[in-house]
Every structure is written in structure tokens, then in C-alpha cells.
Design a protein around this ligand. Structure first.
Ligand code: NAP
Ligand code: ZN
Length: 374
């Protein structure tokens, strides 16, 4: 099999890296649309730093701060209309996966006319606005992927626009913006990154290069797990130091580079319904399911499961399942009707075809059921 590795995004890492590299914005354009969520970018200083950098090099901007979690198609069309009406020629996305994914779709839709029914078709002209990204959660890796995942009400799930056009031009990683993330968001997003690294190793497109990044990412996240458990026990709001925040942000970046090559697999396919229908956070949804899927892989391909578990210092998948139970706390309820419906949706996804160990629909039902056992 031929392996490819493509990652065209320039990555800048470090304290104050936005204001120290403001000249990079000059190469992107003359007028920016800052795409972000309602509050966090204003509170954690990232929006202010971006504005300071733009002003220092004389670039005009306007702000679209209406991106909700799990962004909708209507939201990205609204952002694109604003960009077009104001002659914006590049996009700056600040926030978690939601503003970053919305930013990619806006960059595409502002550069070319795409009807809503063709939005996920993959048939686009080679035109997109340049993009600068500032991740403020440590989980999705969207800052280095070609995916924009949107809530798709017609399909009743989350659907991905996947195109090399969507790789951001440049991404700035400054962990200080993540310092005030609540413990639950920190854990859920770290589990999302962990899931990317693990699923990357379970993809038919995995390679030695993507596996090396995945193992490094898994180890960095696992190093932070004792403090996550401690934070849960102490009931504290924010406990992680800047070094740990940097580790988590870079682990998420590397896991993003992994899925940019490999795609995601069974766990994401199953998790999307939990988010769409039950409003379970994306990372938490993956965490609920990952333990059971690793058990299935352990039965079918013990060596493959073993190499992943070894990176976590575990010898069997049960140990990983126990850890997830501790990190995730009380579980939601799931009915047998819901399980049937979600399994039917998941079995049709490309993510399942992309998995080395492809479960049957019945195995999906079993995994959903076991994942919610209290
Ligand atoms: P998110 O939906 O972007 O943000 C969740 C919450 O965290 C929001 O309330 C946000 O507030 C807040 N927040 C963000 N940064 C913060 C900070 N530094 N301090 C305090 N609060 C902060 O969550 P996410 O887990 O990062 O992203 C999930 C989305 O990413 C899903 O739609 C998922 O499908 C997608 N995803 C994409 C990829 C990809 O490759 N493209 C991969 C995995 C997941 P504000 O709204 O005020 O900003
Ligand atoms: Zn994910």
C-alpha cells in the first residue's frame, strides 16, 4: 500500500507567538474576518492579541462571534455572507473545534458559490480564502486538518467537509489561552485528542510516520492523566499548570496531524449520534465508546491493540476502560431504540470502511449497550 503524508499548515508554537509574528498576517490579506465563539476568546486574551497583531501591521478586521458549539450550516453561510459583503480576503478562527471548523467552511464559501445541497460533495473550485487559526481548546486538532465538521440536520448527524483546500495556512499555539479551561472541558477535549491518536493507529491508512506521531501524542496525554484524576477528586475548577497545558495542546496538534492522514474510524462514527441526538460533548462521546472498541480490537487483532495499550502503559483493554470510567463519571442513559437507530446510522459511514477492524451492525449495537453500563 502507498502511504502519503501531507501537512501544509505552518505551525508556530510559544508564548506570545501571535504578537511576536504579526508580520505573517501581511501575507494572508488586507482585511480579516475573525471567526469565534460568543465569549471565551474575549476572556482568555486570544482575541485581544490577534487584534493587537493586526493593528500593528495595519490590517483591518471585523468580528463574527456567533459560532455555537457543533456549528450549523446556517451559521457558516451567515459568516460567509458577512465576509463577502465586507470584502474580507482572509479568515482568522479563534476558539475550540467549533469556531475553527466554522472558519474553514466560511473561508470556502466566501471564495466560491456553493449551494447547500452540494456543500459536502467535495466538488469545489480550487478557491479558498487564506486562514490563520488559534486553537483555545486542546483536543480537536482542527488547526492542522482538512476537515470542517458541521451539524447536518437533513442527514440528522454531523457531516464532514473534507478537502485539502481547508488546511489552514498558519496556526498559532499559545497554551496560555487554555489555562482557564474548566476541568471537564480539559478532560473531554484531551479524550478527543487521545481518540484521534488511537483511531489513527486503527485506520487502514495508518503508516509508520502517523503511528510515531500517534504514540507520542498518546504518551503526552497519558502523562497528564494523574492530574486530571486528582482534579476530579478535589472538585477543583482549574489545576493544570502551563507546562501541562502546553503538553496537551501539542498532543492535540500531533493527533490532528495523524487524522489528517488517516481519517477517524469506528469511535467517531458512533460518537456523532451521541452528540447530535443526546447533546453529549464530542470528546466525551468518544471516551464513552473507545474502551469497548479497543476490547473488540483486542479480540480480533491483539498485536495491534497491544501496541496502542503499550503506549498507555496498559497490558489489556479492560484497564483502559476502567480509566475512562473514572474520567467520565456518571453515564447518561441509552435506550434500545436509540441504540438501533444510532447503529444504523454509524454502519453507513465512511469512517467504518476506514477501520482495520470493521464491526458488524450487531457489534455496534453491543458496543453502544456496553459503553453505557454504569
Ligand atoms: P467547542 O465547541 O469549540 O467549545 C466548547 C466550549 O468551550 C464553548 O463553550 C467555548 O466557549 C469554550 N471554550 C473554548 N475555548 C475556551 C477557553 N480557552 N477557555 C474557556 N472556555 C473555552 O469545543 P471543542 O471540543 O474544541 O470542539 C468540538 C467541535 O470540533 C465539534 O463540532 C467536533 O465535531 C469538532 N471536531 C473537529 C475536528 C476536525 O478535524 N475538524 C476533529 C475533532 C472534532 P465559546 O463558545 O465562548 O468560545
Ligand atoms: Zn474528534
Amino acid at each position: 500500500m502507498t502511504n502519503k503524508f501531507y501537512m501544509p499548515t505552518r505551525v508556530i508554537i510559544g508564548d506570545d507567538c501571535i504578537t511576536k509574528n504579526s508580520e505573517l498576517f501581511i501575507f494572508l490579506g488586507k482585511k480579516a474576518l475573525i471567526v469565534t465563539g460568543a465569549q471565551s476568546a474575549k476572556r482568555n486574551g486570544s482575541e485581544k492579541d490577534v487584534k493587537t497583531a493586526l493593528e500593528s501591521v495595519g490590517i483591518n478586521y471585523l468580528v463574527f462571534d456567533k459560532v455555537m458549539s457543533n456549528p450549523t450550516i446556517a451559521c457558516v453561510y451567515e459568516g460567509a455572507t458577512l465576509a463577502k459583503e465586507n470584502g474580507v480576503d482572509f479568515i482568522i478562527a479563534i476558539g475550540g473545534g467549533s469556531p475553527m471548523d466554522a472558519g474553514k467552511a466560511i473561508a470556502l464559501l466566501a471564495a466560491q458559490d456553493i449551494e447547500e445541497e452540494n456543500l459536502f460533495s467535495g466538488n469545489y473550485e480550487k478557491k479558498v480564502l487564506p486562514m490563520a487559526f488559534v486553537p483555545t481548546t486542546a483536543g480537536t486538532g482542527s488547526e492542522v486538518t482538512q476537515y470542517s465538521i458541521l451539524t447536518n440536520d437533513k442527514a440528522q448527524t454531523k457531516t464532514s467537509i473534507a478537502s485539502d483546500l481547508l488546511f489552514p495556512t498558519v496556526t498559532f499555539l499559545d497554551a496560555k489561552y487554555t489555562e482557564q479551561l474548566a476541568v471537564t472541558t480539559t478532560i473531554n477535549t484531551a479524550i478527543d485528542a487521545l481518540s484521534h491518536a488511537v483511531e489513527g493507529m486503527l485506520s487502514v491508512r495508518a503508516s509508520n510516520v502517523s503511528d510515531a506521531l500517534a504514540v507520542a501524542s498518546i504518551r503526552m496525554i497519558m502523562n497528564c492523566v494523574p492530574d486530571m484524576l486528582q482534579a476530579l477528586l478535589a472538585g477543583s475548577e482549574v489545576v493544570f499548570n502551563l507546562k501541562q497545558r502546553e503538553q496537551l495542546l501539542q498532543a492535540s496538534l500531533m493527533a490532528g496531524m495523524v487524522i489528517a492522514q488517516t481519517g477517524t474510524t469506528v469511535v467517531h462514527a458512533m460518537g456523532y449520534s451521541l452528540t447530535y441526538f443526546k447533546n453529549i460533548d464530542h470528546g466525551r462521546a468518544n471516551g464513552l465508546l473507545l474502551g469497548e472498541y479497543l476490547k473488540l480490537v483486542e479480540n480480533v487483532q491483539p498485536d495491534l491493540a497491544g501496541s496502542i495499550l503499550a503506549a498507555m502503559n496498559f497490558s489489556e483493554a479492560d484497564q483502559f476502560g476502567e480509566l475512562m470510567n473514572k474520567l467520565l463519571g456518571d453515564k447518561e442513559e441509552i435506550s434500545s431504540e436509540e441504540i438501533k437507530r444510532y447503529s444504523k446510522i454509524a454502519i453507513q459511514t465512511k469512517n467504518i470502511a476506514n477501520s482495520v477492524v470493521k464491526p458488524t451492525e450487531e457489534e455496534l449495537r453491543t458496543m453502544y449497550a456496553l459503553s453505557f453500563v454504569k
